[in-house]
Design a protein around this ligand. Structure first.
Ligand code: PLP
Length: 454
């Protein structure tokens, strides 16, 4: 029998997270205060985050211990399986070897609990009673609801309007774990009311929902805020994925030439790729890393590198990143988790230094890839995850054209079992190809008055 599934034992769950900041040849520029344009300090973040996460956010330690209690909860679904995609290879008739790491086996169905659990753990340990957050497609909101419930904390979720309307079962899932869920923009916050006054029919965006969640947390001393992507500590927690994948590839007697992951704010991409990128930086390996984004929200492939806000209203510090501008509201594509205007700071610096690459796919291509994958491998993937599949397929086809065999590894970061409406729209021909114009991008960037980076 072919060995499709490469598994690890429970005791092989890593004991530490990997902090790539320690190994980066060029460290990222610091986050700065929009008021003074001076670097911010840990105390500026204290109203929003518990101290242990702030320490991790700025840490230069290469390895950070995973608390036993967190590892213990991880063992509910970790280690996650790594598959050899024999079915997909056969369908594509490619000489490439394709592997994927499957994060859809977690309780909420994606990689998000890898950071939701430690974030809830550190908050609970510091006496926090309630956590607020945003969610796009509902994956992050579900993960944080699950984690907060475990530690007996309240969870309040601002869910992007299009997803709230289109994915009712994600909301019920959050309710099942005890969370309250509100559509964003909402009239519960000044940020939401401001957007609604200007755009009563706003489909919402992650940037707007973040503004709402931050506003609620900042106004209550017992409440903190939690972000599901973008920040350094989030990427740090996700490195559990790549560390496991290295052990699994070794078990398979193979090593990837190309590592691919879908890209929203960068957390699942970082999670799979950073531990492999360490091998490039430390051992001179020549693995390629490709971040895969939607062509309707192309910050990595068409955005600019400059300081920008992490949210729409401008409540966060200014971060040095690839961005389309914080006012950019992406088209309401089904991959809600990728509808974010910016990219995490670390990933942005790595892209600038050409240590990673980025590509984009349109919203039709990715459904073709998702359906082809479901038929070849069985798993129905989240619309976000189909972006990574589309890139893997493109690379495997290139191998065929060029007559070379490469080893491709991609992150299948979530299942699509709650995304049948998206697949239905695709089958009914309701999805129209969406590309943004240079004009759309120029208009959004022209509104930016944040500092440029030389
Ligand atoms: C949240 C999410 C993403 C996008 O976020 P990243 O931080 O870039 O990983 C992609 N896929 C799934 C399934 C998600 O839940």
């Amino acid at each position: 029998m072919k060995n499709r599934k490469i598994l690890l034992e429970e005791n092989e769950i890593p004991h530490q997270w990997y902090n790539i900041l320690a190994d980066m040849p060029n460290k990222p520029l610091p986050p700065i205060s929009p008021a003074t344009l001076e670097p911010i300090g840990p105390e500026d973040l204290a109203p929003l985050f518990p101290m242990e996460l702030i320490k991790q956010e700025v840490s230069a330690e290469k390895w950070i211990d995973i608390p036993d209690e967190v590892r213990n909860i991880y063992s509910l679904w970790r280690p996650t399986p790594l598959y050899r995609a024999y079915g997909l290879e056969k369908t594509l008739d490619t000489p490439a070897k394709i592997y994927y790491k499957y994060e859809g086996v977690s309780p909420s169905g994606s990689h998000k609990p890898n950071t939701a659990v430690p974030q809830a753990y550190y908050n609970a340990k510091e006496g926090v009673k309630k956590i607020t957050t945003e969610t796009g497609a509902g994956q992050w909101g579900s993960a944080l609801s699950f984690a907060c419930n475990h530690f007996g904390m309240e969870c309040e979720v601002y869910m992007v309007r299009v997803s709230y309307d289109g994915k009712p079962y994600r909301k019920i899932m959050m309710n099942t774990w005890g969370a309250s869920v509100y559509p964003s923009p909402s009239n519960r916050t000044a940020a939401g009311r401001k957007i609604l006054a200007e755009h009563p029919d706003s489909p919402g965006s992650l940037g707007i929902a973040i503004s709402e969640a931050i506003e609620v947390a900042a106004s209550d001393p017992n409440t903190k805020y939690s972000l599901g992507s973008v920040l350094n500590h989030v990427k740090l927690h996700q490195t559990i994925i790549g560390q496991e994948a290295i052990k699994q590839m070794e078990k398979a007697g193979d090593m990837p030439d190309i590592v691919i992951a879908p890209f929203g704010g960068g957390s699942n991409f970082a999670g799979l790729s950073f531990p492999f990128l360490r091998l490039n930086l430390e051992e001179g390996k020549k693995i390629r890393f490709i971040a895969s984004e939607p062509s309707s929200c192309p910050k990595l492939t068409r955005g600019v590198f400059r300081y920008d806000f992490g949210d729409t209203i401008g409540m966060t510090p200014l971060l040095p990143m690839y961005t389309l501008g914080h006012n950019f509201v992406p088209a309401p594509i089904h991959a809600g988790g990728l509808r974010y205007h910016g990219a995490g700071v670390i990933v942005s610096q790595l892209l600038r230094d050409n240590l990673i690459e980025a590509v984009s796919h349109d919203n039709i291509e990715v459904f073709e890839a998702g359906v082809l994958f479901a038929q070849a491998e069985g798993i129905i993937s989240a619309p976000e995850a189909t972006h990574g599949i589309a890139t893997a397929i493109a690379e495997a086809r290139k191998c065929k054209e060029e007559g070379v065999s490469k080893t491709i590894l991609f992150n299948l970061c979530g299942h699509g079992n709650f995304d049948m409406k998206a697949y239905q729209d695709y089958f009914e021909g309701k999805i129209v190809k969406h590309e943004i114009t240079e004009e759309d991008i120029r208009k959004s960037l022209a509104e930016l008055n944040t500092p440029e980076i030389a």
